[in-house]
Design a protein around this ligand. Structure first.
Ligand code: SF4
Length: 219
């Protein structure tokens, strides 16, 4: 079976360090906005590119925009986004310390993750990670983990633990939407979020207001 393509397959041979200029960010965003490289390009309301800092310490990577995100053009603004926002608050991350992107930039109908779109979108994800230069990538859900380390699937075997990817810390979590679907996934989301909180404190990121995971009743 051929190896599953990842972000590595489109990673620049000589990645640059240092912040990118406004012009470089504008160019990347323009390319994404104008993209029609896969069928989702003709179905979207708008592309969903990025939310948060341009120099984050922690980069959250989700799967694809949902219907709410398609309407406003911002990642994780729906129900799953509220759960993620609560985790970010519990982690004690400042606005300047995190960013959120998706593997796929256009909303797939029925929220069905599309491998064709992921493949076409992969160069954009690679450039976003390279531009943002986080110290840690937190993947949300199996397709996001597969974009970096498909060898770590299935996700329940690796979520909540720290791995490495290109010198960065890689921390898989289950998708926040899955936490709404069953108590088992909710517990897993909370336990793994607490493990992430402890790790970030050790790395010197976040932890300013962290109080540990709250119960479902407060979500
Ligand atoms: S999903 Fe990605 S590759 Fe497909 S049209 Fe949108 S931006 Fe382009």
């Amino acid at each position: 079976m051929p190896a599953r393509p990842t972000v590595d397959s489109v990673w620049p041979v000589t990645p640059r360090s240092g912040p990118r200029s406004r012009a470089e960010w504008a160019q990347l965003n323009r390319e994404i906005e104008n993209c029609r490289a896969c069928p989702l390009g003709s179905l979207r309301t708008q592309v969903v590119i990025h939310r948060g800092s341009l120099r984050p310490r922690v980069l959250f990577v989700g799967e694809a925009p949902g219907a709410s995100e398609d309407k406003v053009g911002i990642p994780f603004v729906g129900a799953a986004g509220k759960r993620l926002d609560l985790l970010i608050q519990q982690l004690g991350l400042l606005e300047s310390e995190f960013a959120i992107v998706n593997v796929i930039k256009c909303h797939p109908p029925g929220n069905q993750f599309s491998e064709v779109a992921a493949e076409a979108c992969r160069p954009f994800l690679a450039r976003q990670v390279e531009f943002l230069q986080p110290i840690m990538v937190v993947t949300l859900g199996a397709p996001a983990l597969a974009a970096f380390r498909p060898d770590l699937l299935p996700i329940l075997g690796s979520a909540g633990r720290r791995f490495r990817w290109r010198g960065l810390a890689l921390f898989p979590l289950v998708h926040p939407a899955s936490a709404a679907r069953s108590n088992a996934f909710r517990r897993r989301w909370e336990q793994d979020g607490a493990a992430l909180s402890r790790l970030l404190s050790r790395l010197g990121a976040g932890g300013r207001t962290a109080t540990g995971p709250t119960s479902e009743a407060t979500v």
